[in-house]
Unconditional design. Sequence first.
Length: 644
Amino acid sequence: MPTAPTTLSAPTTGSGMYLAGLRLTNFRSCRGVEIKLQPGLTLLVGDNNSGKSNVIDAMRLLTTPLSGRRVRYLEIDDVSTGTDGPIEIVGEFDGLTRFQQGQYIGALDIATNKAYYMTRFRPNVDVPRRSKLENLVGRAAGPDAEPEKRDQIRHVYLAPLRDAKRELDSATGNRMALIIKYLTSEADRTDFLDQAIDGLRKLEEHDVITGTQKRLQEHVSDLTDPVRGQVIGLSFRDVRLQRLARGLRLKMAEHGVDLADIEDSGLGYANLLYMASVIIELRNAQDAELTLFLVEEPEAHLHPQLQAVLLDYLQEQAVKSLRDDTDGPAGRIQVVATTHSPNLASAVGIRSIVVLRTQETPTPEITEDSLATEVEVVPTGIQRGTAAIALCDIDLTDEERRKIDQYLDVSRAELLFTRRAVLVEGVSEAVILPPLARHCVLDKTAPSYGAKCREFRAVSIISIGSVDFGPYLKLLLQQVNGVRLVDRLVVITDGDPDVAGEVDQDDDLDDEPKAGEPKTEDEPAATLSRKDRLEEIGTQLSADSILAVFAAEFTLEADLMNPFTVNGPLLETAFKRQKPRSGRFWSTLTTSTNPAEVFYRKLRTSKRYIGKGEFAHDVAELIQSGGTFKCPTYLTQAVQSAMR
């Protein structure tokens, strides 16, 4: 959390309170983690066991459940391994309106107009029941004189393995009764109950009811009249909304198809329907200043298109939730979701993403010398903990941030989940690199071949669609809170040297870059090569040991020619699939002392000579089919470096 300034700042007011930051100390894997959150929607992304659920649970422990029924409490087992506590969960709330600043004055830091709430747990391992839980307020963490104000900061939690169909089932009637209550007026509900009562009373006069009662009375009379006769009746129970709701069954189907019970619907649509019912509940939480909607894995059971629709819906509901708090609570809904889905991660700007990573640190053992004046720290092992990287903290220009947001589509969003990545210029490199690694770089005769193939599969190969690698290097290599997004980053690019006397014969045909076209996009004129400039960025970010850049002498298609004596026959087959009448040109390659340069010149002067992507696919197919091929040196080094 930022420290308070030494001088008072000008008073500020916001559009409504939201959780802007979370500081966790000694809570499970979160030994000392600070997380920044956005007022609308924040996505927590990361690989398995990185601490996403721990962060969500911390928010649940800090705030009050919307239902008022708490099911999660701090326990001794929540203390981080290797520590004795205390656990501290601190929430920093920003954006307070003028009215909220007055209401939350006990928790307010007047220098920043931010409110602070802390939950502190002091464990007692010897006598667990003597463990102490404290709810504190303010930057100084003092006693809470107005706990009822904290109760106006609430949460609703959706578990990752939720059973939406069971939750929507009307066996208890609770959820359906709640939905009806929120979506209808009190007058309409009263009229509904009155009509239900009248209908049931009329139904009690039906022969089925009266006949059953009469016959049952005969048997009861035979048994009771000799001692003390009993009279029985048969009627419906007192009518209440919840009891009526038990008999209601949600049905759903596609347009034009007969409705069916929710049990017959797919899990994905049932999940969406359940979340819609929860949003209804949230939107009608009139007495809450802020409600956190905590959703683990919102993508559960949803195909990519539905994932995108869901995210738009959640963002829209967060925006719509704010009310004028002149006469009542502001009622903001703030969404915090965990996800493994690149589809969701690519659908929001990087400002709204927090990446959680597992961080390994030495486990210290502290020993004091005889004078007790010095302490020696001796590493005795490795302990794992959670580290958080809020992408809004990455130092990028507005243009760089815009470019990353624009290109962070589903395939490229994978870089937010990976530890090792290879960045390439286009689809050709992405297509050809995996078969080259499996068939030409890794040793098929080695006992570890299978394991090495799986290791390379874990490396993300990401096409950025240009040669402007700079923003991506800054995103992946910049340190935030002592960690970076990746442990290893390899960049593969082309040399694209100028060719003296070249004439562009197809300049008027196409503005799109084709095979061999000089890649000048976003490249400033400089004396340094592209490779040198990228390595310079790595040096500026103190990431020399993490970054490796490999460049072709010419361009991918041309450099595949080396060595031509080995690779020529396979490349000729791939080439003639597109250019079956270019035998004369291929003959010039076979007689040339530098086939790669000849091919490169041809591609430079005739942009549309071959389809770059199609050529790469054909070469990859032939390699995978067992064709003889030797991987160019720079690509071999890149594969080996990525697996280092």
